[in-house]
Design a protein around this ligand. Structure first.
Ligand SMILES: Cc1ncc(COP(=O)(O)O)c(C=O)c1O
Length: 332
């Protein structure tokens, strides 16, 4: 059975062809721990892509690893961790792995928006707050205004903004890191740049914070092959932007098809949809899984009637819609 991978928010498009030439250029250097000239070139390119000085950027083997490092950093600084909820499940798992306590600030039910009054009350300089913007799994923006950002920065000791889906939302707070010493932005090459398997992510923070963070990471942890892949992807940024354009088109098509089935999904600024289901998402996900379509469902009470569905090829998206239509008719 062909498997439709609609559960991990991967890119449905293959990586840029340009990456293979970069990989072959550096393959003969793999006897070395690192290649300075490649790292320099990559940082230079990333600095011009982000429009920020290279001293603000730190490279990680995947943004997950950046988040794990940030959790360690907060623990050693005595900062208590807080996450918005529902949010990126990985962050909870990483906090558990690191045996770090994690508190939650809940989004408003159904609309999944930030509750500013709750944020203001929970804020404290001894706390770090994590939020993904746009949010995963809800797919919407949590904020797009300066006032909310300032509220966060003025109330919390550290504000970690995960912009994994920045290329889809086009909203960033990275340009504010030079104004604040308690803001860290986390990004990834796994989504818009279509190289999840290369494992490359990065943080953006002011120089001092960036340098401090680097003390919590092992030397040479991002491999030459990963950096060469990411450099290849950045050198062909037009390809990534074309991928983003196509994914957004497919996403909006999928949303219309979901609505034709009488179901509701939030307005997505990502490469996935968050769909409200008339029955338990887990049951639907299991049934879809039996038909070779993998999607994400949750046991958490707040979101147990939702599915998170990654935008895939048109063929897979239609397969999902057809299977969902039959399941809703047959079983529920
Ligand atoms: C919000 C968010 N942050 C981080 C990640 C992890 O990405 P990476 O592949 O860079 O580890 C994901 C992956 O789905 C995500 O949705």
């Amino acid at each position: 059975m062909r498997i439709a991978r609609m559960h991990l928010n991967e890119s449905p498009f293959e990586p840029s062809k340009h990456i293979s030439s970069l990989l072959s250029k550096y393959v003969n250097t793999l006897n070395l721990y690192h290649v300075e000239e490649l790292e320099e070139e990559f940082l230079k390119k990333l600095s011009s892509y982000t429009k920020l000085p290279r001293e603000y950027i730190h490279i990680f083997p995947g943004s997950s690893e950046a988040l794990i490092t940030l959790i360690r950093f907060c623990r050693s600084r005595g900062l208590r961790l807080t996450s918005i909820w529902p949010s990126f499940h990985g962050f909870v798992e990483f906090a558990n792995m690191e045996e770090a306590n994690l508190d939650f600030i809940y989004l408003t039910p159904e609309s999944f928006e930030l509750d500013l009054a709750k944020l203001a009350v929970a804020g404290s300089y001894s706390r770090a707050i994590y939020l993904a913007n746009p949010n995963n799994p809800t797919s919407n923006m949590l904020f797009q205004d300066v006032d909310t950002l300032e509220l966060l920065l003025n109330r919390f000791g550290l504000v970690i903004v995960d912009e994994a889906y920045f290329e889809f939302s086009r909203y960033t707070v990275a340009d504010r890191v030079s104004d604040y010493d308690n803001l860290i932005v986390v990004r990834t090459f796994s989504k818009a740049f279509s190289i999840a398997g290369a494992r490359v992510g990065y943080t953006i923070a002011n120089q001092e914070l960036s340098e401090e963070l680097s003390r919590y990471t092992a030397l040479f942890s991002t491999s030459t092959a990963s950096i060469a892949s990411a450099l290849g992807a950045l050198e062909d940024v037009e390809y990534a932007m074309e991928v983003v354009r196509k994914v957004i088109e497919l996403r909006d098509e999928l949303k219309r098809d979901v609505e034709k089935l009488g179901l509701y999904s939030l307005d997505s600024r990502t490469n996935f949809l968050f769909i409200k289901t008339p029955i338990l998402g887990r049951d639907l996900a299991r049934n879809l899984g039996e038909k070779g379509i993998r999607v994400r469902a949750y046991s958490d009470d707040l979101i147990k009637n939702y599915l998170r569905v990654s935008v895939s090829s048109r063929e897979n998206n239609l397969r999902f819609i057809e299977a969902l239509k039959i399941l809703l008719r047959e079983h529920y």
